[in-house]
Design a protein around this ligand. Structure first.
Ligand SMILES: C[S@@+](CC[C@H](N)C(=O)[O-])C[C@H]1O[C@@H](n2cnc3c(N)ncnc32)[C@H](O)[C@@H]1O
Length: 308
C-alpha cells in the first residue's frame, strides 16, 4: 500500500465509522468482549472454520492454511514434549483452537483455557466436549484469583496485546508458573528499533489499526524487555516472525481493500445496523497492519520467559 492510499483509506474509514467515535473509544473489557462476540462469525467464515483467531505463520506457500495456523500450538507442543510438562494454561484462548488441538495431542497433560468473552468460552467448551483433559473458564487474565494451580506452561497467542501493561500481566502470571515452567507469548509489538511515527496519516493508520483490534495501543517490545517488573524473570527467547505473518496478513489486506470499494453501501448498512462496527474494525485492522509491519514500525514476535 502506498502513502496516498493510506491517506485515502484513513479518510474513508473515518467517514464510515465517524472520526469522533474512533478517536474517543476507550478500550475496556466490555469493548473487547463485545468486539470478539460480534467478530467470531467473520473469523469462522473468512479466517478459520475451526475457530482460530490469530495470524498464521508461514514458511512456504505449499503449507496448508490450517498448518500455518497451528504453528504457534505446535511450538507449545514441542515445549511440552521436550520438558515432559503436565499442566498448561492458555490465556485468552478464544474459541479454543490452540488448547483443544494440544489436548488431543497430549492426552496425559491437563489443559485450562481462560477467556474474557463468554461466547468464545461456550464455543470452546462445545468444540472440546469429548475431551476429559481440558477445561475452559470465562475469566479475565488480570483477575484469576479462582485459579489455584501452578502451571508448567502459560501461553497466550495475540491476547496480551489487549492489556496496557503487559509487563505487569507477565509479572502477575509468573506467580502461577512452576519453578522450571515457561511463559510463551506470540504477539504484535512496536519494534525495539522502530522510528517514531511523525507522518499524520501513518499516525492515523496506527490509531485505526489499534482501534480495529480493540486495543489501546501496541506495547513497545524494547521497553517490555527492560521493564523492572520482569527483573525476577529471564527472557530466554525473542524471535521475530514479522516476515512470516505478512503473506497471510496481506491477503487479509486485499480482502479489506475489495470491501472498501463500496464505502457508501458500508455506511448505509452500518447505519441500518445490518452490519456491525466489529466488521469495519476488522477490515481496518486488515488494511493497516501490513503497512506498519513493512514500514518497520510493528513486528510480530514469540517470547519465551522463565523464572531466574
Ligand atoms: C485475537 S483473539 C486470540 C484467541 C486465541 N488465542 C487464538 O489464538 O485463537 C484474543 C482473545 O483474547 C481474549 N481476551 C482479551 N482480553 C482478555 C482478558 N483481559 N482476559 C482474558 N481474555 C482476554 C479475547 O476475548 C479473545 O478471545
Amino acid at each position: 500500500m502506498k502513502h496516498e492510499e493510506l491517506e485515502k483509506y484513513c479518510k474513508l474509514i473515518h467517514h464510515i465509522s465517524g472520526k469522533e467515535i474512533v478517536e474517543k473509544e476507550e478500550v475496556s473489557n466490555n469493548v473487547v468482549s463485545d468486539y470478539y462476540s460480534k467478530s467470531a462469525f467473520f473469523y469462522k467464515k473468512f479466517h478459520s472454520k475451526e475457530g482460530a483467531m490469530h495470524l498464521p505463520i508461514s514458511f512456504s506457500n505449499k503449507d496448508s492454511h490450517t498448518s500455518k495456523l497451528l504453528y504457534q500450538a505446535d511450538s507449545i507442543h514441542n515445549t511440552i514434549q521436550e520438558h515432559g510438562f503436565s499442566k498448561v494454561l492458555e490465556l485468552g484462548c478464544g474459541m479454543g483452537f490452540n488448547s483443544t488441538y494440544l489436548a488431543e495431542k497430549n492426552p496425559n497433560v491437563k489443559f485450562t483455557g481462560v477467556d474474557l468473552t463468554p461466547n468464545n468460552i461456550k464455543e470452546a467448551q462445545n468444540n472440546a466436549k469429548e475431551l476429559s483433559n481440558i477445561t475452559f473458564r470465562q475469566m479475565d487474565f488480570d483477575n484469576m484469583a479462582d485459579l489455584e494451580d501452578q502451571y508448567d506452561v502459560i501461553f497466550a497467542v495475540e491476547t496480551l496485546c489487549h492489556s496496557t501493561d503487559v509487563a505487569q500481566v507477565i509479572a502477575n502470571i509468573s506467580r502461577r508458573l512452576s519453578s522450571n515452567g515457561k511463559i510463551i507469548i506470540y504477539d504484535g509489538y512496536v519494534r525495539p528499533d522502530a522510528v517514531p511515527l511523525t507522518d499524520t496519516f501513518e499516525k492515523q493508520a496506527y490509531q485505526l489499526l489499534s482501534w480495529g483490534f480493540a486495543m489501546t495501543e501496541f506495547q513497545d517490545l524494547g521497553a517490555l524487555q527492560s521493564s523492572s517488573k520482569l527483573e525476577h524473570l529471564k527472557i530466554e527467547e525473542v524471535k521475530d516472525y514479522s516476515e512470516n505473518v505478512l503473506p497471510n496478513y496481506k491477503a487479509f489486506q486485499r480482502g479489506a481493500i475489495k470491501a472498501f470499494k463500496y464505502p457508501r453501501i458500508l455506511k448505509l448498512l452500518l447505519n441500518m445496523k445490518l452490519i456491525s462496527m466489529a466488521l469495519i474494525k476488522q477490515m481496518s485492522a486488515g488494511l493497516f497492519g501490513p503497512y506498519l509491519i513493512q514500514k518497520g514500525y510493528l513486528g510480530y514476535y514469540k517470547l519465551v520467559i522463565s523464572k531466574k
